[in-house]
Design a protein around this ligand. Sequence first.
Ligand SMILES: Cc1cc2nc3c(=O)[nH]c(=O)nc-3n(C[C@H](O)[C@H](O)[C@H](O)COP(=O)(O)O)c2cc1C
Length: 228
Amino acid sequence: MEFQGDEVMTLGLSVDQVLTTTRTVRRRLDVTRPVPRKLLEECLEIALQAPNGSNFNRWHWIIVDDPEMVAKVGGQYQAQVRFDPKNPGPDPDGPEVQAMRKRVPGGEKILDSSFALAEKFDKVPAILIPLMRGRSENYNLFEQSSAWGSIYPAIWSFCLAARERGLGTAWTTASCMREREMCEVLGIPHEKFTHIGMLPIGYYEGTSFKQAWRRPVSEVLTYNSFGG
Ligand SMILES: Cc1cc2nc3c(=O)[nH]c(=O)nc-3n(C[C@H](O)[C@H](O)[C@H](O)COP(=O)(O)O)c2cc1C
């Protein structure tokens, strides 16, 4: 799959294929191949068609693709995720992380691949940083639901559009634990916008994305009342 001039090539996957095989790409994110801005803008244009409360478009999007900025921004993720005995953070061999490994099928792989992503986060071709206009700290439930629900669908649409174009993404929120630092690095007016995570983007290696394990419908669905 190539980007040729003005023409953006897509894989021609069915809607169901895209929906069921868009995975979090960490290890298979190719850090050696630049991603054209035009391709990223096309994904965002598609993403912005997502529903959002009253169509207020209460968002701002930053794409970081300058290698020096990628190193700074990715460095924040690394500082949060990498084990450093001097700072609080996950110890890959500690009891908490060991318990997480066993919580769901494939849990070990998730954690190992999260640590693998941290290793390359400062070198990825691009990082998408969605920002939510406003501060959610004092929102009531209605406002919370409306606010988060007005940005998450667009982020997921971006991931789906990227997948269809041979690009992998990884939705991450670990950087929220360093929001102040993220705002400083990126010049984000913290009092007006909420940092809600960041997504490294790159071409993915290989093509064999499969459906992932999820709790089956029979375990999570009831009809007509909670007890069902
Ligand atoms: C809200 C949210 C936050 C996440 N935060 C991180 C993160 O900080 N680091 C990471 O490596 N993956 C993160 N993930 C990815 C999940 O671990 C991943 O979606 C899950 O393991 C299922 O894998 P799949 O997306 O490939 O199906 C996040 C996903 C979501 C939806």
